[in-house]
Write a protein that binds this ligand. Structure first.
Ligand code: AMP
Length: 431
C-alpha cells in the first residue's frame, strides 16, 4: 500500500515525505483507514512499528477538518494518554513532525515532574491536541483548568502499561470528562484481563487490529544470552561488550533506580560517556540526559524500565539487560529500543543462575529461545541452569507452547583459571 491509497490530506503527505517515509508500515495500513472512518480500535503492534503515526495522522485529519469548519471551541479535540513522561514527549514530537504543515497547530503536553505554570498557560489558550500522563491531567481536571468537553478522539497509548502503573481510576475519571460520542483508540500489547475489561467499558463495537505479535517481532534484533557465574563476572561481561567496535550507543537496563545510579557511576569511573535515567530524577535532568543521548554526547545510558519507555533513538545499537525485568513483557519492550528505523540491533541479556526462572518465562512469552553466547576468556565456570519445574501444570497435563530444554551440545565450557574480578558491586556493599 502507498500513502496515496490512504487519502490523507496533502499537508500530511507532504510532512511524511519530508520525514523520508516512502510507504505506510503494517500498523499504519491496517489502522489508519478505520480510524479515519471514525471507528473505535483495539490495536496491538510492537514497539518501533510506526504506531504513533497510525493514530496521529487520523488525529491531525480531525484537526484539519475543524480548521475548515472554522468552529471555535475551548479545550483540545484530541487527547492522547501515555503511561510515562518520556512517551508523552515522544508523541508530542511526532505530532509536531507529522503536523508541521498544519496551519497554526497547537499541541500541549501535561506531564508530572515539571512546573505547573507553562502547562496552565497552554491549557488556557486554544489547543488542538493534548498529550498527557493520567496523574497530572487529573490534577488539572480537579482544578477546572483542563477542559475535555470537546474531545472528539481519545487515544490510550500503551494501555496495558498504564493499568500496570495503577492508572485505572484516573483513566476512568478522565474519560468521564470527555463526550460519550468520542472516538476511542486503544493500543496495548495484549487485550486480556483488566485491559480487555477496560476496552469493553470504554470502546463501542471496536475493531481489533493485531499487526505482529511479540513472537514474530524483532527480526532486526539479534538476541544473545550470557550466563554469568556471579555479579563480578556479569560486570566483566558488560565491560567487554561496551568496548565492542560495533557499539554505537548502548542502553543498559537495571532492575532498580539504585542499581542504575551505581552502575552509571562505575562506568563513568571507567571513562565511559554515561548517564543514568530513572523515575527518581527531576524532569529537567531527565530531558537533558535524553538530549545527550540524541546528540550522541552520551554513549551509554543506564536506565530502568519505566524511564526507558518511549526512547526512540535510532543510533542505539545495543540493548543490554544487566538486571532482568520484573515482567516478561518488559523484555520485549526493552529490546525494541534497538533495531529501530530500519537498522539492526543487538540485545544482550546477562543472567545469573537465580535469573533462570525469568529467562524461561521470557522464552515462553516470546516463544523463542534466546541464543546462548560466550566471550572468549570470560566463559562461565558453571553449566547452564536447567529449566525450572513448571508448577502451573497439573500431573498428566502437557505444558502449553514450546518447551525449552537444555541446549543440545551439553555443558557450557569452563572459564580458564586465574581470571579474577575485583570490582565490588552494590550487592557486595549491601553485604
Ligand atoms: P513508533 O512505533 O511510532 O515509535 O515509530 C518507530 C519509528 O519508525 C520512528 O522513528 C518513526 O519515525 C519511524 N516511522 C514511522 N512510520 C514510518 C514509515 N511509514 N516509514 C519509515 N519510518 C517510519
Amino acid at each position: 500500500m502507498s500513502f496515496d491509497a490512504l487519502n490523507l490530506n496533502e499537508v500530511l503527505t507532504r510532512a511524511l515525505k519530508s520525514a523520508g517515509y516512502e510507504e505506510p508500515t503494517d500498523v499504519q495500513s491496517a489502522a489508519i483507514p478505520p480510524a479515519l472512518a471514525g471507528a473505535d480500535l483495539m490495536v496491538s503492534s510492537r514497539t518501533g512499528s510506526g504506531k504513533t503515526a497510525s493514530f496521529m495522522l487520523p488525529a491531525l485529519t480531525r484537526v484539519l477538518a475543524s480548521r475548515q469548519a472554522a468552529v471555535k471551541t475551548r479545550g483540545p479535540r484530541v487527547l492522547v494518554l501515555t503511561p510515562t513522561r518520556e512517551l508523552a514527549l515522544q508523541v508530542a514530537k511526532a505530532a509536531m513532525d507529522y503536523g508541521r504543515y498544519v496551519p497554526g497547530l497547537r499541541v500541549a503536553t501535561v506531564v508530572g515532574g515539571v512546573p505547573y505554570g507553562a502547562q496552565l498557560a497552554a491549557l488556557r489558550g486554544p489547543l488542538d491536541i493534548l498529550i498527557a500522563t493520567p496523574g497530572r491531567l487529573i490534577d488539572h481536571l480537579g482544578s477546572g483548568k483542563a477542559q475535555l468537553g470537546h474531545i472528539e478522539m481519545l487515544v490510550l497509548d500503551e494501555a496495558d502499561r498504564m493499568l500496570d502503573m495503577g492508572f485505572i481510576d484516573d483513566i476512568r475519571l478522565i474519560t468521564q470528562a470527555t463526550p460519550a460520542t468520542r472516538q476511542t483508540v486503544m493500543y496495548s500489547a495484549t487485550f486480556g484481563g483488566h485491559v480487555g475489561r477496560l476496552a469493553q467499558e470504554l470502546l463501542r463495537t471496536p475493531q481489533r487490529i493485531e499487526v505482529s505479535s511479540q513472537t514474530e517481532a524483532h527480526a532486526d534484533i539479534e538476541q544473545r544470552l550470557h550466563w554469568a557465574d556471579d555479579f563480578e563476572h556479569k560486570n566483566a561481561l558488560l565491560d567487554h561488550i561496551l568496548t565492542e567496535r560495533s557499539m554505537e550507543q548502548a542502553l543498559v537496563f537495571t532492575s532498580t533506580q539504585r542499581d542504575a545510579d551505581w552502575l552509571a557511576d562505575r562506568l563513568h569511573e571507567m571513562g565511559h560517556r554515561v548517564a543514568s535515567l530513572h523515575g527518581g530524577m527531576p524532569q529537567g535532568r531527565r530531558n537533558r540526559v535524553l538530549q545527550g543521548l540524541r546528540s550522541q554526547h552520551l554513549r551509554v545510558l543506564v536506565a530502568t524500565d519505566v524511564a526507558a519507555r518511549g526512547i526512540d533513538v535510532a543510533t542505539i545499537s545495543h540493548v543490554i539487560n544487566f538486571g532482568l525485568p520484573m515482567k516478561e513483557e518488559d523484555y520485549v519492550h526493552r529490546i525494541g529500543r534497538t533495531g529501530r528505523a530500519g537498522r539492526t540491533g543487538l540485545a544482550v541479556t546477562l543472567a545469573e543462575r537465580r535469573d533462570s526462572g525469568m529467562i524461561h518465562r521470557i522464552q515462553r512469552y516470546t516463544t523463542q529461545r534466546i541464543p546462548m553466547a560466550v566471550i572468549a576468556g570470560l566463559e562461565p565456570k558453571r553449566a547452564e541452569p536447567k529449566p525450572p519445574m513448571r508448577t502451573d501444570v497439573r500431573p498428566g497435563q502437557r505444558p502449553a507452547g514450546k518447551s525449552f530444554g537444555p541446549r543440545p551440545g551439553g555443558k557450557a565450557p569452563f572459564r580458564p583459571a586465574g581470571k579474577t574480578f575485583s570490582k565490588a558491586g552494590p550487592r557486595a556493599r549491601q553485604g
